[in-house]
Design a protein around this ligand. Structure first.
Ligand SMILES: [Cu+2]
Length: 297
């Protein structure tokens, strides 16, 4: 019987590895649902990495298994293995391939980050208005908005969406304060809530701050995560695409009850959101809102 040529075997193996890797990358059930415009960008990037990783895994582990079987010690063979020295072309090959993969992934990830909003390069970090207020109040929101409008030098902004030229103006801006162990959301009209409520399909801007230690604002279904840093404002920009109720998780170990630092991000239809705003505006009329702010201390 004639032997199958090695090159043909390699070709078949290559095709199989490619197909299996593509299938694993596309069919992975690892992700929760996509609930923001930004989510598919992140997922596509992750799927590419998973595809490449799967191919490498099969090739490396496959080679180990094949070599274990094919070059195993024969019975009675007590001789040493053949001494092998460097192989320049092989070494160049296994250096070049990972280098190309890393460069491609690097360029792609920057492109995804820019598409999601990126961050504005340069400028000075804004330090004002964050040490004077012990708790997030309506006043604090007003201060932050005021700071944005004054003729101060350009401020470095960190986070997704910090580059306005990439994303345009927001439809809704919410100030988010992280503290041990809760998130407080300040809305326009002086509404204060422990939950994030946003309308579907609208451009939402979150101005994120921390009152004590570093926290991290994370909504897995939005594929967005941003640190909340004391003294250094950060932000997130997103468009929610699915009505629903999603978890907000603190993703930075921030103390003993870090695990309990969770709340909800509720995506409403537009009418629902209007109703939520008007209900809370009535419930939190000025005298009450001060009472609530004091209560939060
Ligand atoms: Cu936290």
């Amino acid at each position: 019987m004639q032997q199958v040529p090695v090159s043909l075997l390699t070709l078949v193996a290559g095709v199989l590895v490619t197909l299996v890797s593509l299938w694993v990358g596309q069919a992975t059930p690892l992700f929760p649902e996509q609930a923001s415009e930004q989510a598919p960008l992140v997922d596509n990037f992750f799927r590419l990495m998973l595809t490449i990783g799967t191919a490498l895994f099969i090739m490396v582990e496959g080679a180990i298994v094949i070599f274990m079987v094919k070059f195993r010690q024969k019975p009675g063979d007590e001789t040493d293995g053949e001494p092998l020295e460097g192989n320049l072309s092989l070494e160049a090959f296994w250096t070049l391939v990972p280098a190309i993969i890393v460069i491609i992934l690097g360029v792609y990830s920057v492109q995804v980050y820019t598409e999601m909003g990126g961050f504005a390069p340069g400028g000075l970090p804004e330090m004002a208005h964050h040490h004077t207020h012990p708790a997030p109040t309506v006043e604090m929101v007003a201060h932050q908005e005021g700071a944005g409008m004054s003729a101060m030098p350009p401020q470095a902004k960190y986070g997704i969406g910090a580059n306005p030229s990439e994303r345009g103006p927001a439809d809704l801006t919410v100030s988010v304060s992280g503290m041990q162990y809760a998130w407080i959301f300040n809305y326009p009209d002086g509404i204060i809530s422990g939950e994030l409520h946003v309308p579907v399909g609208k451009r939402v801007q979150l101005n994120i701050s921390a009152l004590d230690v570093i926290h991290s604002f994370w909504v897995p279904q939005f594929r967005l995560k941003q640190d909340a840093i004391p003294g250094q404002p950060t932000e997130l920009f997103f468009v929610a695409t699915r009505v629903g109720d999603y978890p907000v998780v603190c993703a930075e170990l921030c103390g003993a009850y870090h695990g309990g630092m969770r709340t909800r991000a509720v995506v409403h239809t537009e009418e629902d959101f209007e109703r939520w705003v008007s209900e809370n505006r009535i419930a939190q009329a000025p005298p009450d809102s001060e009472g609530l702010a004091i209560h939060l201390h």
